[in-house]
Design a binder for this molecule. Structure first.
Ligand code: AMP
Ligand code: ZN
Length: 138
């Protein structure tokens, strides 16, 4: 896996060749504002090294990206007054991924904000849940 993909938007943001509102960074990860915020203060956190998604990222880069996401979440709480946060990662188009450089969405949540869960949780079928568990343990 190359360190940088010349066709990747987020590699260009990390390199500084495309403008972004960078708000925090570490040796291995960078945090910048999402240009289509789901709520006020929506931030994306990416590893500096190019990797397309959760299936490809190294454990070390994932840990560093998650650590920066947590730091950003605390900053959002303290500076913007968020009441909570959703961390979201989309892996592959089936899961709504549109930019193929791994990123964590840090989505601030405010009491009474209009964001809705995209599904209505319903009780699952216990046999089906048990079958999945068996498949995952094997
Ligand atoms: P996903 O759909 O999970 O792959 O998320 C991609 C995110 O990247 C979306 O929330 C977009 O709004 C955001 N995005 C796309 N282009 C840019 C950009 N140039 N700067 C900041 N965020 C971007
Ligand atoms: Zn990239």
């Amino acid at each position: 896996m190359p360190e940088t993909d010349p066709d990747c938007l987020f590699c260009a943001i990390v390199a500084g060749t495309i403008d972004a509102q960078i708000i925090d960074q570490s040796e291995q990860a960078v945090a910048f504002m999402d240009i289509n915020p789901a709520t006020r203060g929506h931030v994306l956190v990416v590893p500096r090294v190019h990797c397309s998604d959760l299936y490809e990222i190294s454990a070390g880069d994932l840990a560093e990206t998650a650590a920066l996401a947590r730091q950003v979440a605390l900053r959002i709480r303290d500076k913007l007054g968020a009441d909570g946060v959703n961390l979201l990662n989309s892996c592959r188009p089936a899961a709504w991924q549109t930019v193929f450089h791994f990123h964590m969405h840090v989505i601030p949540r405010y009491e009474g904000d209009p964001l809705q869960l995209p599904w209505v949780p319903e009780a699952g079928d216990s046999d089906s849940i048990a079958a999945c568990a068996a498949a995952l343990r094997s």
